[in-house]
Design a protein around this ligand. Structure first.
Ligand code: ADP
Length: 163
């Protein structure tokens, strides 16, 4: 079975990401979550915090045997470093498609040896994004159905220190 990396900002990890992880894990002999340290977006959490939060969330969800790493620079270099065969991404809506399509084709140009593999979102998680969770939490809304408890705690602490 092949090795895969699941890259993203994970700022923070949500139940949507966790659903993809659970499903991808069944198809690959090894799965890495690769947290991009230099996202285009301004992230709420540092790369180190996102790694720690992701590890805690996976442990809370009872998911073992996965490695959480962070990387800077090109995704394909991270894939090479970990001996990956595939790049896992999730698709929620049309709006994701455009970006994912562009990224997958660019990565194929840069490194044709990696196959991009897409997992369709679960229906009930299709609206869920890290940005929405941060927005809801910032204004005091309940995010307990969107993220594991440990993530909710980390969010509240972070947003509290920012106020
Ligand atoms: P990025 O900034 O690289 O898009 P994200 O952490 O936002 O990083 O997302 C990482 C990947 O997980 C992306 O492919 C995204 O489409 C996917 N993803 C995020 N949330 C969900 C969800 N609720 N259902 C399915 N896929 C998702």
């Amino acid at each position: 079975m092949a090795i895969a990396i699941y890259p993203g900002s994970f700022d923070p990890i949500t139940n949507g990401h966790i659903d993809i992880v659970r499903r991808a894990k069944k198809l690959f002999s090894k799965l890495y979550i690769s947290i991009v340290a230099n996202p285009n977006k301004n992230s709420l959490f540092t790369a180190e915090e996102r790694v720690a939060i992701t590890k805690a969330a996976l442990a809370e969800a009872g998911i073992n045997g996965l490695e959480v790493v962070s990387y800077e620079g090109l995704l394909i270099d991270c894939a090479k470093e970990h001996g990956a065969d595939a790049i896992v991404r999730g698709l929620r809506a049309n709006s994701d498609f455009e970006y994912e399509f562009q990224m997958a084709l660019t990565n194929r140009d840069l490194a044709p040896e990696f196959e991009s593999v897409f997992f369709m979102t679960a229906k009930k998680l299709s609206f869920l994004s890290s940005s929405i969770v941060k927005e809801v939490c910032k204004y005091g809304g309940d995010v307990s159905t969107f993220v594991p408890k440990s993530v909710e705690t980390a969010l509240r602490e972070k947003l509290h220190t920012q106020q």
